[in-house]
Ligand binder design. Structure first.
Ligand code: ACO
Length: 329
């Protein structure tokens, strides 16, 4: 069973409720029909009912039996707007502003998740990443003990001699442009959980840099040295090492040469990047030049799971992201 098959199987056995916030979007209704038919999750599609049905009809998607909710007509709308106002008034939110914001399915969907009506949300086929993230960050917030959300990719490389038979987790590739050492340390810990829980691998975490064990000195290197120290202090049970160059992290002979005695060097399967530029470029390099499959971004560190789609996503991507979201819950 490959990664996607096992995630779908796990989601089927969980059978949780997931919100698809962009219910009037054509790939989303097609995906909803597949998710429903394969019993991957119970769904709530958000949007005007006639528009949702119209999109489904146009796509030939059978969404009979799926719950469709128009935020503005929902009996929970006023209570949700009030809750949102209370949550955000210290940040300058007005009552009118909260009502306006709650009409946005991204915010209404995030509130459904916060209130326990669904275990997670998937959106982004139509909305930009930053909009999906802001709705989730302001309503669902981070998990206890986690300061920052990050975006991981499960990478399935054809190079089976690397990582865990070619399987890796990369982070942060999607969220925090310029993280502090403390934030990078959070990314390492939570990525190790993602590796265990979703990818089914025993995490060996490499904190990446352009330096290995002091081979270069620069403040950018210092950040990864500090981040490594923090992870080791806060999570002594984790197999983590840094700072390591990419080759020292994943190629056994280079790891042995550049970081002798390291339990991680040469066999890392969780790669933590120093910032979003390197993480985002890094995953796309392995995907485009190395023919690796890149599954994500999987948002990690949120109190409840929300996942963002690329606007170029396929129906299959949405189905898989709903399954992943269910498995994160
Ligand atoms: N973790 C937790 N909370 C956060 C984070 C984070 N990483 N970032 C922001 N927040 C919080 C803020 O503290 C704030 O909380 P508060 O209002 O209660 O104080 C709240 O979220 C809203 O913050 P804003 O200031 O409105 O948001 P900001 O301008 O910081 O933007 C965002 C946050 C949207 C995540 C931004 O950093 C962003 O756009 N990141 C890049 C996303 C992106 O484009 N990725 C690449 C594409 S994805 C791909 O290629 C796979």
């Amino acid at each position: 069973m490959n990664f996607i098959e096992s995630i779908q199987e796990k989601a089927r056995s969980n059978y949780q409720t997931i919100v698809l916030a962009e219910g009037t979007e054509e790939r989303t209704v097609s995906a909803a029909a597949v998710i429903h038919q394969k019993k991957i999750a119970r769904l709530i599609l958000l949007g005007d009912e006639a528009e949702v049905q119209g999109a489904a009809k146009k796509q030939g998607a059978d969404i009979a039996g799926i719950t469709v909710v128009n935020p503005e007509k929902s009996p929970s709308f006023d209570a949700y707007a009030k809750t949102f106002y209370e949550m955000r008034k210290a940040k300058g939110m007005t009552e009118d502003g909260a009502v306006k914001q709650m009409k946005d399915p991204l915010y209404f969907g995030a509130m459904l998740v916060k209130q326990g009506e669904a275990v997670g949300m998937v959106a982004g086929a139509r909305n930009a990443t930053s909009n999906v993230l802001r709705a989730a960050l302001t309503i669902i917030r981070t998990a206890p003990g986690i300061s920052s959300v990050s975006g991981a990719f499960v990478i399935i490389s054809p190079k089976k001699e690397l990582g865990d038979s070619g399987i890796f987790v990369f982070a942060d590739c999607a969220v925090t442009p310029n993280p502090t050492a403390e934030q990078v340390a959070d990314f390492a810990y939570i990525s190790a959980q993602t590796a265990k829980k979703l990818a089914g691998i025993d995490p060996r975490v490499a904190m990446l840099s352009f330096s290995t064990k002091g081979s270069a000195s620069h403040e950018l290197v210092d950040k990864m040295v500090t981040a490594t120290k923090l992870v080791k202090e806060n999570h002594p049970e984790l197999e983590v090492d840094g700072e390591l160059q990419l080759d020292a992290a994943v190629v056994p002979s280079v790891g042995l040469q550049k970081a002798p005695g390291s339990a991680v060097a040469g066999k890392a399967n969780v790669l933590i990047f120093p910032d979003l530029q390197s993480g985002n470029i890094g995953y796309k390099l392995v995907q485009r030049f190395g023919d690796a499959e890149a599954i994500g971004p999987i948002l990690q560190g949120m109190a409840k799971p929300v996942n963002d789609l690329s606007r170029g996503c396929s129906v299959e991507d949405i189905v898989n992201m709903a399954a992943i979201t269910s498995c994160q819950s």
